[in-house]
Write a protein that binds this ligand. Sequence first.
Ligand SMILES: NC(=O)c1ccc[n+]([C@@H]2O[C@H](COP(=O)([O-])OP(=O)(O)OC[C@H]3O[C@@H](n4cnc5c(N)ncnc54)[C@H](OP(=O)(O)O)[C@@H]3O)[C@@H](O)[C@H]2O)c1
Length: 283
Amino acid sequence: MKLTDKTMLITGASSGIGEAVALRASKDKCTVILSARDEEKLNKVKEEVEKNGSKAIVIPADVTKHEDIKNLFLEATRENRVLDVVFNNAGLGFIGNIWELTAEEIQTMVNVNALGMILVTKYASEVMVRQKHGHIIMTSSLAGLISLPQWAVYAATKWAITGFADSIHFELKPHNINVTTLHPGAVKTDFFAKDKANIDVKDMGDAVDAEEVADAVYQAIFTNTQKILIPKMAKNYALIYRFLPKVVQKLIEKQAKDIEYHTNVEEDEPEFSYIKCVKCDSN
Ligand SMILES: NC(=O)c1ccc[n+]([C@@H]2O[C@H](COP(=O)([O-])OP(=O)(O)OC[C@H]3O[C@@H](n4cnc5c(N)ncnc54)[C@H](OP(=O)(O)O)[C@@H]3O)[C@@H](O)[C@H]2O)c1
């Protein structure tokens, strides 16, 4: 099973899962089109891809900017290049109770994870419907199947992608286009960095390496799997959650207590400091 002489466009290719998928594909002499905002990081990934003897093309794009996405697909399909696989993966998460997240953090998550991903799929579909061929893989999350505390907005964006993918599956199938959603549990990447989710990966229990996820994505291209759940534990959780949600909810409540999330409510919303606690004696 190889992607030799095929082309894969990857968003979120500057690090983590996107980078790992690019490197996996490069072992097969697959042309990879690398996209994200950070051009310097993308060029480093390009170097690694080329070391494996594959071709890499860097096209920087911010998926919150419609013009960038349009330009990405115009550049990617130059000289009638066929896009065999689009790995639509760019995303990020700011984690915290809903009242602690800033409006900007909420908007960024919705714009990158939901709107950006939907627009990338729109353009990927436009290309692939004309080609009468293709495979679109979208990175949702285990949080796009199971609801978690402190992840509400992130989960909302990922559930949006789960539903979106299930719908376009019907639309694209007659055009010979496959649709897959990727639902990873915790993966050891920059996702958890201080300026993003801000969680110590060691608190994430069974976090897997990005390379393991890349292997699963790669397999799914050949088996045309509709949903990739990784690790195996994620598959079990999702199944039990579907039929016995309370069992999983209890487990989540127990685990969530041990994780420290960031809080910025006082710094970011000082104008609400006049609000007093209704039930506190000191009022
Ligand atoms: N790590 C996990 O535990 C985990 C679990 C489930 C799902 N996921 C999902 O997996 C995907 C990849 O995340 P990762 O774990 O590999 O984290 P990562 O290493 O932080 O990678 C995120 C990628 O998204 C790109 N990105 C962020 N904002 C962007 C924007 N506005 N425009 C274009 N690209 C943007 C980043 O590149 P630039 O900063 O250079 O733009 C980077 O390449 C995300 O969709 C995430 O939600 C991750």
